[in-house]
Write a protein that binds this ligand. Sequence first.
Ligand code: ADP
Ligand code: MG
Length: 487
Amino acid sequence: MSRPSSSRPCSARTNTGNLFPSLQGFVFTEKLGSGTYATVYKAYKKTGGRDVVAIKCVLKSGLNKASTENLLREIELLKKLKHPNIVELYDFQWDEKYIFLIMEFCSGGDLSRFIRTKRTLPERVVKKFLKQLVSAMLYLREHNVAHMDLKPQNVLLTSSSNPTVKIADFGFAKHMFDGDKESVMKGSPLYMAPEIICQKTYDARVDLWSIGVILYECLFGRAPFASKSFQELGAKIWNDKPVELPYGVNISEDCGDVITRLLQRDPDKRITYEELAKHSFIDIEHSPSSSSLQKAVSVVKDAVTEDTKGNYSNAIKLYCESLEYFMPAIHYEKCENKKEALRKKVKEYMNRAEELKKMIRPKKDSEMRRSVSSDPMEELLDLSKDDEELQAALKVIKAAEIEESNEEYEKALTHYELGLKTVITYLKEDSNSRRKKLLSKQAQVWMSEAEKIKSFLDVSHLNTNDTSGQEEMEENEHLQTGTCNLQ
Ligand code: ADP
Ligand code: MG
């Protein structure tokens, strides 16, 4: 990867007269942005498929010892990191004047610009972005990397329609193992965790704070410590007051909870990476990822096994659980044909789950019961004329039977259970032998009815028709076509 460019240090003049750096094999077409120590350009390869790339050009003369170290660290880290939500480094080269980082091009620009043009982003979109950022952050943690400069300018969008976000600019990042502390001030004050400024030692948990600030800014259009002067900013940072969400904003409880827990001044009270992954607003386990399909297939295989064994209630549960992975898998799949094939397959599984639900649905035909000449319930009621307690219990069970025929399953279950509690005590001590025999036979029947209802209720609420993936896509459509509120 590290080979020096044979091109001589030179620059190309653009239409507008600006000077672009030049690198052999590439044509620079436009400036994408600039940051602390680099300028990034869009370029394409002269050969092959004319692939478009982003080239981060760092002027060597502008580098001091610290920034050289930062750059080398950025290259070293990015070479290792491969994740769908981290911008990919393809190659790096250098000449006498510049160091070039040849990277994946993100045509949607950075998140800062995206927020500025939309003013604020809808919660659904923010949720999608946050899931992607958290997925990248968990990957960074696995590799013991802390980014240290997370801010909207360093989060890139793959396109302006239905974008995916990617973390970029690892210039301040470093290897940080659990328990490692850092004491050099890095990052941008608006996004910096308070402990960097107030305590001067900090660890990888600073990235959690910065994610909280990004989330805040996406939803409310400004960072929580946004200020008109350095003095005001300082006062906000050096404050013990908890960060408050703007008054009267309409966000879900879950969303508010995750922001508040990320924006905890004390890193010990801040949400941890593990808690964040499991937080109901994020739920990484069920987010679209390369492993969603694999998980879906594994769960659906178990469903089919249970189905074949005749364990229908378990099978229904597993079919429905597989949907929670199939939906993100469909969302993750880029190929329209494969998406469609998956949708078809999922529909088949869900139809089967519905079929099974019907099969295990308790059926009680009251008409049939009435037509049977010797109704055991009537005989039992007759045999317990002198026993008020048993009479009452039997009447409760009778009500349960009627409710069951009327498909009022919750009520029926409560009444079966209530009645059976008393009936069971009679099975032990009943002096009337005919009644005891009949009661014991019927108790078996009622218990089995109650069991049937229980396992039906256990699965009846499960959704076989979840279209959340579809909704998410529609939200993105809305975002693309929505009017831009320029500040
Ligand atoms: P610095 O280290 O100088 O801050 P960055 O890597 O953050 O440099 O890049 C500066 C800006 O250039 C970003 O904020 C973004 O607007 C733009 N940019 C950077 N990399 C890319 C890329 N791969 N695709 C598109 N735009 C990019
Ligand atoms: Mg930057």
